[in-house]
Design a protein around this ligand. Structure first.
Ligand code: ATR
Length: 285
């Protein structure tokens, strides 16, 4: 690891690649850790159009960039440009972290599932995969990260529900696991019965989007409600859950926890996710 005190114009270069990229919180987040651990590094935002992604990634070794995060719309379309991906990324079908190897080969990982589960366990200490069925709303990339991490954690049942049922069925087919049960969108309130976890992986509830329309009256009082949206921090779903006494988990922690293993793989430094960091990131929302 290169400390700032060793600095002779040597900076470890990393960043995040997206289109658009101006709203990304990742530079603020990684910048916080670079400062905190006194590491001579940079983490920039790279605005790269989808059609330019392959050329941009090829140029990483000559630009001396040792790794990047990927965000919308690159996480899935990046796969053909990588030399190797890890098992979890293959199963999620997406990569959010690239590590440029010494020989220039590009290695892809996915830390979103890790971020999803670590955040859940950090904020809902009483929850475990043994607590009962999980209801997952949505069938996009975020849903895949949630599904893979819960299956790997030993969940007994996932009730998967999506406005477009065919997309949920496609996921059930890919994972081919009897624990995944696809349900109808109109049954989304009914299937909360006996569940221990409700997860919104859609963009519903995000600033500028309509709220997730769901009736929580069948949801057990002991169940955890987890919204991966973090802007606003308290969505209408979480407010509804909090008012009836459910444990609530917002999406900001997922963003923080997914970044930690990426940072460690580039800079060789294990990092803390704590309240001070969370407050600092909230200041950038
Ligand atoms: P991501 O990769 O971030 O998960 P995505 O692949 O665009 O994003 O998926 C978005 C999810 O939000 C999908 O499950 C989508 O449902 P459809 O498959 O039916 O499109 C869901 N979603 C978005 N807007 C929605 C809405 N107004 N009502 C219900 N679901 C919605």
């Amino acid at each position: 690891m290169i400390k700032k005190s060793d600095e002779k114009n040597v900076k470890i270069k990393t960043g995040v690649v997206g289109w658009p990229i101006s709203h990304s919180l990742s530079p603020r987040l990684h910048g916080y850790w670079l400062d905190k651990y006194n590491i001579s590094g940079e983490y920039l935002a790279y605005a790269v159009k989808p059609e330019a992604l392959g050329d941009f990634l090829k140029s990483l070794p000559e630009k001396k960039i040792i790794g990047v995060n990927l965000t919308v719309p690159h996480k899935e379309i990046v796969l053909p440009f990588l030399d190797e991906i890890d098992e979890v990324a293959r199963r999620i079908g997406a990569v959010n972290t690239i590590i440029v190897q010494k020989d220039g080969r590009l290695f892809g990982r996915n830390t979103d599932g890790y971020g999803f589960l670590t955040n859940l366990k950090a904020y809902a200490a009483t929850w475990s995969s043994q607590a009962g069925p999980a209801v997952i709303i949505g069938a996009g990339g975020a849903a895949r990260a949630a599904i893979v991490s819960l299956l790997d954690d030993g969940i007994s049942e996932i009730r998967l529900i999506n406005r477009t049922r065919a997309r949920a069925e496609k996921l059930a087919e890919i994972y081919h696991d009897p624990r995944i049960i696809v349900c109808d969108w109109q049954d989304r309130s009914k299937i909360l019965r006996d569940s221990a976890l409700l997860v919104n992986t859609t963009s519903l509830g995000m600033k500028g989007q309509p709220p997730l329309d769901i009736d929580l009256s069948e949801l057990p009082g002991t169940a955890v409600v987890y919204d991966i949206v973090y802007n606003p921090l308290e969505t209408a779903l979480l407010k509804q859950a909090r008012l009836r006494g459910n444990i609530c988990v917002d999406g900001l922690g997922m963003l923080l926890y997914q970044a930690a293993p990426a940072f460690q793989s580039w800079f060789g430094q294990a990092v803390d996710v704590d309240q001070k960091l969370r407050q600092y990131i909230i200041g950038g929302l």
